[in-house]
Design a protein around this ligand. Structure first.
Ligand code: CA
Length: 666
């Protein structure tokens, strides 16, 4: 099936092997039956409790029933019966609400360790046993009528990436449920100075969607020992279809985490904020001991010719979305989150490990549930994969995925400096030569007559068919966050200068075509003490110090006005490549400057023309602007969506490291 160059070299290098001995360890999986009914693995109805577990190669499967989520002896062991499409079934006449269960699979003559399966929708503490619960008891009041904000277009979203623990755990948050889902249900919380924190802060800022770091059940935080205050981002998936226990007030009760996550979502929805989930189907925390491996050994992963796990995730394994049961698992899992939890969007980690066909099916299935749901992801892998490049859901292949968006590493690295070199500067911190790459971001990586893609740093062609396929950002949980990047790349500058650079960087993002995305706390210039990979760093690194909401109030006001500007003006949110090519016109400028106009009431904007000029250098620069009556929207590190003042145009000065934005109504 896959004759890769690596395999060829093995044939050459191992003279004693014959062609017959060289087999693709994954080739057999193509002939496996698949089963994707909603009764996988548990269903409860008036006739009792029913299990159906998919394990085509199993020699025997047992179902083990327990009275509790950990420690207790088994109450019952039931031999499951082979059924259709590689599944094994068992039933009890009683509705076993309150009970826990695991499966045990006999494979190649030996019994594997117990597993809660891959479809556990409720689990006990640390996710070791699945639970039978009554889901009607998990819905908050009013859940039936709950829904996220209506979104005409993905480009109308303003995405705010956050981690439950970062956001609320610091004493300065004034939040009672620190590090919990419920933190986002608390109103009226303040820092010691009386400034709003938590959800009130988010409303004040004006973002439309929170993007929550992994909130499914992950592996690394010991839910039986929460006082240890262990921290993790959560990119170590354990149970994909139930919430993480450490974010609940009682991880031992399977119902609590579900109910509290729904309460969080409802609270955000009630305040007009959508919820995007970060999903990590591309790898699991464990290899041979993962729930995938303990139910159907080998099937869910890709392997190298020598049988070892291939590792495009850089985390020890990679899943195989190109296999039917894995593809269906991903599709049905996101559908489940969308229906049961009313999730408004999905961010796919290392999306290019998945194949294009799977991602297109994911988007189509979600749009059928709710056309406002949107999907975006990292259009890259962390290592090589057996999946051919042309089948990968790569950034470069996004035009083949019309309903999917990808992160623009082009604008990210060009604006603030390259992510691999802490001291490297970008356009917003005065490095010349990056103007063309920034422009790729400004036009949302669409084809534009004035953008020369051959000069792009990360991409050499217009990969997006539409600006709706681009997420623009300068910073996220990965790599140095903006504050730390500015401190390391501008070591001799003042904090005020760095804050100016941050304002310029985010102004470029929020005025660009595509969808803007920001990292939690940047609006108050928080830092992570220079730690770039803080996935398991303590709260002292990751927690937001809410006192900064007071000491950096000016920064917050700038971000708030910037978001208000974008939301009020559709010219920054054009929906087609044709509109961008027609209505966005760049001016000729010297290095260090970028200048463009949004013309002729672009995308139905009330403003006839908007002039946007960025000066990334540390010198004031003179520009010539058409003589007419302008309203000054941004100037010298200040911004106001309703206008700072007026200008007659002509020869104007753009202050160092700042944006000049002018608007003409007619
Ligand atoms: Ca967990």
């Amino acid at each position: 099936m896959k004759i890769t160059p690596v395999l060829t070299s093995i044939i050459i290098g191992c003279g004693s092997m014959t062609a017959a001995q060289i087999t693709d360890p994954d080739s057999k999986f193509g002939s496996f039956p698949s089963y994707s009914g909603e009764d996988l693995e548990l269903s409860v109805d008036s006739n009792g409790t029913h299990w159906r577990m998919w394990s085509p190669e199993a020699e025997a499967v047992q179902l083990i029933i327990y009275p509790s989520g950990r420690g207790s002896a088994a109450e019952q062991i039931i031999d499951m019966t082979p059924s259709t499409d590689g599944t094994w079934i068992a039933s009890t006449p009683a509705q076993l609400y309150g009970k826990f269960y695991t499966f045990r699979v006999k494979h190649s003559g030996r019994w594997l360790a117990e597993t809660p399966g891959v479809w556990a929708k409720a689990v006990g503490v640390n996710g070791n046993r699945a639970a039978v619960i009554d889901f009607s008891a998990t819905d908050p009041d009013g859940w039936a009528n709950d829904k996220g904000p209506a979104l005409k277009h993905i480009n109308d979203a303003v995405i705010y990436e956050m981690h439950h623990r970062d956001f609320s755990v610091d004493p300065s948050s004034g939040i009672a449920n620190k590090g919990k889902f419920l933190a986002l249900t608390e109103h009226g919380t303040t820092n010691p100075e009386g400034d709003p924190t938590g959800i009130d802060h988010l409303k004040d800022l004006g973002i439309t969607h929170v993007h929550i770091l992994p909130s499914y059940d992950y592996n690394s935080v010991d839910e039986t020992n929460l006082p240890a205050n262990t921290y993790n981002w959560g990119y170590d998936p354990l149970n994909y279809n139930t919430p993480e226990g450490s974010y609940s007030t009682n991880p031992s009760d399977p119902t609590t985490r579900i109910k509290e996550m729904k309460e969080m979502i409802k609270s955000l929805h009630d305040n007009g904020i959508g919820v995007i989930m970060d999903v990590v189907y591309n790898h699991t925390a464990d290899n041979d001991d993962s729930n995938f491996s303990l139910t159907a050994p080998g099937y869910y992963y890709r392997h190298r010719p020598d049988g070892t796990y291939s590792d495009a995730s850089g985390c020890g394994n990679e899943t195989a979305s190109d296999r039917q049961q894995m593809r269906d698992f991903i599709i049905n899992s996101v559908k489940y989150w969308a229906k049961e939890y009313h999730i408004d969007g999905f961010r796919f980690d290392l999306m290019a490990i998945h194949d294009i066909e799977t991602m297109n099916q994911v988007a189509a299935a979600l749009k059928e549930i709710n056309p406002d749901i949107f999907v975006y992801g990292e259009g890259w892998t962390a290592g090589d994969s057996p999946l051919p490049v042309e089948r990968r859901a790569l950034k470069e292949n996004v035009s083949k995925m019309p309903q999917i968006a990808v992160f623009s590493d082009d604008i990210r690295d060009a604006v603030k400096g390259h992510y691999t070199d802490a001291s490297d500067r970008g356009f917003a911190t005065g490095k010349p030569g990056l103007e063309e790459t920034v422009k790729i971001g400004i036009v949302g990586a669409t084809a534009h007559p004035q953008v020369d893609y051959s000069k792009g740093n990360n991409s050499k062609f217009a990969y997006a068919a539409s600006p709706s396929q681009i997420i623009n950002y300068v910073s996220c949980h990965d790599d140095l966050m903006l504050t730390d990047k500015l401190r390391k790349s501008m070591p001799d500058a003042t904090e005020a200068d760095r804050q100016r650079a941050a304002r310029l960087a985010q102004t470029i993002i929020f005025t660009s075509q595509g969808t803007p995305f920001m990292f939690t706390g940047e609006e108050i210039f928080r830092d992570k003490k220079g730690v770039h990979n803080s996935y398991n760093s303590p709260d002292s690194i990751n927690a937001i110090d809410w006192n900064l909401r007071h000491s950096n109030a000016g920064q917050f006001e700038y971000y708030k006005e910037l978001i208000a500007l974008r939301k009020a003006h559709p010219a920054f949110r054009m929906t087609t490549a044709e509109d961008v090519a027609r209505h966005l016109k760049f001016d000729k400028t010297e290095p260090g400057l970028i200048s463009y106009s949004l013309t002729d009431h672009a995308n139905g904007d009330e403003w006839k023309e908007i002039k946007v000029i960025f000066n990334g250098s540390d010198e004031p620069r003179e520009v010539k602007v058409k003589k007419r009556d302008w309203t000054v929207i941004a100037e010298d590190g200040n911004i106001k969506a309703s206008g700072l003042g007026t200008s007659r145009g002509g020869k104007l000065t753009v202050a160092p490291r700042s944006a000049l934005i002018l608007a003409a109504e007619k």
